[in-house]
Design a protein around this ligand. Sequence first.
Ligand SMILES: C[S@@+](CC[C@H](N)C(=O)[O-])C[C@H]1O[C@@H](n2cnc3c(N)ncnc32)[C@H](O)[C@@H]1O
Length: 221
Amino acid sequence: MQFEVLTLFPELFPGAVAHGVTGRALSSGVVGLTLHNLRDYTHDRHRQVDDVPYGGGAGMVLKPEPIFEAVRARQGSGPVILLSPQGELFNQRIARELAQQPDLYLICGRYEGVDDRVASHLVDRELSIGDYVLTGGELAALVVIDAVSRLIPGVLGAQASPLDESFAEKLLEYPHYTRPPVFEGHAVPDVLLSGHHAEIERWRRQQAEARTKRRRPDLLS
Ligand SMILES: C[S@@+](CC[C@H](N)C(=O)[O-])C[C@H]1O[C@@H](n2cnc3c(N)ncnc32)[C@H](O)[C@@H]1O
């Protein structure tokens, strides 16, 4: 999987994805990350990427020309995605869908946002990572890169791991415990120490269902 990111702050990458399993995927080449500085697609002396909003109002808006030019210069053929608080809410289903693509092109907005012609005439989809407003799209792009990368075969240690996790089956995952068996008076559930694999499986399924019902009933509907 190849990720390309268009940003005013390439120095924010690879950031959090440079470590752990995603870091190994980047250094082994299973995942590739190419950064494009939006200013490199400007042609004026000041390398201007933003301008005042038509109609007035506070803040600056990212201009369409450098963004269109950058996207038109790309090599890949996968979806072009604008990170935006107004986009479709990113979730595990979308991460799985995106992990099937050969490459993704992620556009990070800044300031008041991006000239709307980018959303309406250039990108394939807009993704939001949650109902809050970030300063820029870079953290959102890193979230997408992390969530998608770990679904690429070979990125996680065991092939089966992503199949077991929360959201894989519209369920939150069952609770995990490790040693010691008793910590500050709190014991690990007996069944997990029993060695009965079928019972452990049944207990985990029950826990996952009960937990989902209690914490995220929306997933079950
Ligand atoms: C300050 S925000 C612009 C918010 C815009 N004025 C609005 O109210 O919808 C600047 C940039 O941060 C990114 N961003 C902010 N919140 C985001 C979110 N929840 N998900 C994805 N990207 C986000 C987008 O790229 C956006 O263009």
